[in-house]
Design a protein around this ligand. Structure first.
Ligand code: FAD
Length: 303
């Protein structure tokens, strides 16, 4: 993948017939209250006219959101006509319990799964111990899902390396095992330096991984909240990014403008380097994602 932006004009890089169309997916989390559920559906209805490839709903490690995830993914297609993808983690569960969830997804008409190991209760830094009767890691889970049916499967990738991978070779080997086990694409953890994504994609290609590596884009609705998440999952927050948001805690309008500018810069650079697939971490909100879709030349249906 080229690190240099391609020297093509803006209109053609977004819409030109010589470029493959852009595909977007949107990630949501299952709401915990009636009010949060209203926001979930409100955002989803606003984003649906962008015709994403799918909308995914996360799954609490250890199955803590099992029922809520299933309930949301079961309703998404009926409510919006958009394909739903259900996340699934295997940490803390037996194979049989996980397989039961997969069968439940299939019975609800959900044929896309984002297959993950999940983190132990102590968080990403805590040592992971697979259950003897459980799936041992995400690659093992992908193989298990493949045995159960014809699912479209996405897995996780880490442009800054998963915190538990001993080194880069171990990290890339692990991604290759997940793809070889039957995953259709990788979606990355959030990252803020595009160079990390390009280097990672180069490493993956060099290791013979040809599946799409879709950048996971985290719009910064709240710098404080997002930098907290980043610290938990091993994503670095560059100094220049912290500087842009410095002192904006009580200035929501400027904060929102800076957030839009930062994310627009990130997706435009990726687009210029040839990226055509984007996964947005929506945090169940729509405004920034709606703006970013427009930056990518993606207009809502009916316009
Ligand atoms: P794996 O691919 O199994 O890898 C985890 C670590 O173990 C890596 O360091 C790997 O190198 C190492 N490893 C794997 N196999 C072996 C082996 N045989 N020997 C030695 N080391 C090994 N979490 C949730 O709880 N719910 C969600 O819905 C959710 N959605 C996510 C969506 C995306 C797009 C991403 C990027 C992450 C998501 N996560 C979610 C977080 C994820 O669960 C954590 O990052 C978790 O720590 C790792 O999951 P994984 O699927 O990448 O694990």
């Amino acid at each position: 993948m080229s690190v240099e932006p391609q020297n093509i004009d803006r209109a053609s890089r977004r819409t030109g017939a010589e470029h493959p169309p852009i595909a977007m997916s949107f990630e949501f989390f299952p709401p915990k209250s009636d009010e949060a559920e209203d926001r979930f559906w409100g955002s989803l209805h606003r984003l649906a006219p962008l015709r994403p490839r799918f909308v995914s709903v996360t799954y609490g490690a250890g199955g803590s959101t099992r029922e809520r995830t299933l309930r949301m993914v079961s309703k998404i297609t009926g409510e919006t006509g958009i394909d739903a993808a259900a996340h699934l983690t295997c940490v803390g569960a037996s194979r049989e319990e996980v397989d039961e969830v997969v069968r439940g997804y299939a019975a609800a008409g959900v044929n896309r799964i984002v297959a993950l190991r999940g983190d132990p209760p102590g968080g990403v830094g805590a040592p992971f111990e697979a259950r003897e009767d459980g799936y041992q890691n995400a690659a093992d889970l992908v193989a298990g899902i493949r045995r159960l049916g014809d699912f479209d499967i996405s897995v996780a990738a880490y442009p800054e390396k998963h915190p538990q991978s001993a080194d880069w070779d171990a990290d890339i080997d692990n991604l290759k095992r997940k793809i070889d086990a039957g995953a259709d694409r990788a979606i990355t953890q959030m990252f803020f330096n595009n160079a990390d994504y390009w280097r990672f994609a180069d490493r993956a290609r060099a290791a013979g991984i040809n599946a799409p590596i879709v950048p996971g884009i985290q719009p910064i609705h709240s710098f404080k909240q997002v930098s907290g998440f980043a610290a938990k999952c091993g994503t670095s927050v560059p100094g220049w990014l912290a500087e842009r948001f410095a002192g904006l805690e009580n200035e929501p309008e400027t904060h929102a403008l800076v957030a839009a500018a930062v994310a627009a810069e990130q997706v435009t650079e990726l687009l210029d380097s040839g990226v055509r697939e984007f996964h947005f971490y929506t945090m169940n909100r729509s405004n920034l994602v709606l703006a970013l879709a427009r930056v990518l030349g993606q207009m809502p249906a009916g316009r």
